[in-house]
Design a protein around this ligand. Sequence first.
Ligand code: CA
Length: 364
Amino acid sequence: MIKVLLIFLATLCPTISIADSDDKIVVAHRGASGYLPEHTLAAKAMAYAMGADYIEQDVVMSKDDHLLVLHDHYLDRVSDVMTVFPERFREINGKKRWFAIDFTLAEIRQLRISEGFAVSPSKNDASGEFKANYSQRFPLFKSRFQVATLEEEIELIQGLNKSTGRNVGIYPEIKSPWFHRHEGKDISQAVLTTLKKYGYTNKSDMIFLQSFDPIELQRIRKTLMPALKMDLKLVQLIAMTDWSETMVYGTDGPKPYDYSWMFEAEGMKTIGEYADGVGPWMSMIIKPDSTRENLNISALVERAHAAELKVHPYTFRADPEALPKYVANFDDLLELFLYQLNVDGVFSDFPDKAVDFVRAKSAL
Ligand code: CA
């Protein structure tokens, strides 16, 4: 009732904003990845049942041009590829990597997907010791999980939308478009074509399309979407330059894209010219040197909102080793970002906890 009144008042007086809990969205980061191996259909179904508003898909391409839902453009952090195809790696900076783009979908289907792990010592092959990235999560190589295609995942979510009567959105990320294009594959064109086939065409549809690559996002906004008669909401993910998340190929080889302009006074305004939202790392908003009594808060959220951009930071994890030291617990972290700093949504590996928290706040 209060909300109805607020909406009525807001129509009379546009300066009244309705920043209540109903506006906050929970994005299931790689599915319910705190509980089941990331990006498996099981993790997506669990996230759906937990009440997530949007479910994330990271998208890479196979050798035979299938769109795969996979976080890395290599397969060796989450599968037994080192055992099944021991010789099919590329050596990158002295480390073996098994690239998804070197395998067909039929080959990738032979792999068992696992909770994520690191191999020690650093020699990255099956002779090393596998150690889980998060100690409290699903055990390594238990049960049976496979890589899904983007189409299979959209069909799962749209199928559940039909059978439950809910309207859960998708939040696909085009992974490393610079890498795919360098390998001769136009991943953005392929993703957009698939999204259109499944009815995602306009800003009013339940989708945010994200990428870390600003050059590619501008190409999507200015060239690819108009040609396909599409106009989706775009989200600029923000990285630190030294992560080498986005590379630019010049005459002297690939160099990390320089993100520093995004943190300057006009940065958000510039992003607002081609995107509808930003996905910053949470430490770009509250600096990691903060204490609960003395939070070091950046101007990012304020500048983004002034440029009419939504702010969906990543990644909200309840694992004990992942909580920032300036909060006492996970709810405290959600309270700070969603209600003190007023971000519009969160990417979380624990969608149940985030959904419960937002629902409890909106019931107040
Ligand atoms: Ca992602």
